[in-house]
Design a binder for this molecule. Sequence first.
Ligand code: GUN
Length: 301
Amino acid sequence: MASDVTSGARLIDGVALARELRAEVAADVAALHERGVTPGLTVVLVGDDAASAVYVGAKEKASREAGMAGDTIRLPASTTQNALLALVETLNGDPSVHGILVQMPLPAHIDPDAVITHIRPEKDVDGFHPVNVGKLLIGHTDGFAPCTPSGVQHMLARYGVETRGADCVVVGRSTIVGKPMAALMMQSGSGADSTVTVCHSRTRDLASHTRRADILIVAAGRARMITAGMVKPGAVVIDVGMNRIADASTRSGTRLAGDVDFDAVRKVASLITPVPGGVGPMTIAMLLRNTVRAAQRTLDA
Ligand code: GUN
C-alpha cells in the first residue's frame, strides 16, 4: 500500500477491481453451467424513477455479461402492494430465480419493509431481509451482506489495507450502507477486526471523530462534507457518496460528486476512492457474486 503522504493519495480503481471481480464471477457461472445450473437474477422496478431505471439497466446488463439469466420486471407506479407481494411470492417459488432484487425507492403507497420481509432470505441477494441482517451482525457467513458495504470491504482487502485494530470511522447510519458497513468491520476475522465508530447527523463534533480514523468510510449523502482538515494524514478514505451537483462547465449543467472534498482530501490521505469510478462499480459486482452464491447454495443444500 502506498503511504507517501507528501505526493498525495494513491487512487483506488473501482472500475478495474469490479472488472476483476466480474471475471471471477463469470468463471463461477461457467462452473455452474457445467453442473446444469444458470444463475438467475430477477430485478423488479416499480414506477419510472429515472435514476432507478439506469441502475436497473446496468444490473441486467452486468448479469447477462457474466453468463447469468438476468431478467427485469418493470411495473407501473400504480402497482398495489398486494400485487407486488404476489409477484415476489411467484419469484420465491421459481427454481430458475436464485436472486430477487426489488429496486428501492418504491412508490410511497408501498411499504418497503413488507416487500423485503416477503423475499425468501435465500434469494435476498441485496442482504436486506432481517434474517440476513441478523446473520451479518452475529457473524454468520451463510447469509448475504449488502452489496455496497461488501464492495468496500473487498476494496480494502485487495489494496492490502490493514483493518485489524484499525480505527474505522463510518459516517452515515443508513440500513443499506452505514449500519451493515459497521457490522462488517467490527466482526472478528480477516478484512475486519477494526475498532468501529459510527457517526451520523446528531454526532457532536464530527471532525473530532473523523480525525482519529485510520479508515474513514463516508456514506452520508452530503456533497463534499468531508474536508481536508477532518482527515488524519495517511488515512484511507472511502467515499460512498453519489450526489448530483451543479457544474456549469458540463453539458448537462450537473456532475456527480462524492461526500468527500476529493481534491483537498487526496493531498492528506494515503489511499482514496474517486467518485465516480470508486465504490459505485463494486456494488453491481458484489450483487452478481451474491447471486452466484445463492445458486451454488441450491446445489449444496
Ligand atoms: N436503490 C439504491 N441502491 C439500492 C440497492 O443496493 N438495492 C436496492 N434494492 N435498491 C437500491
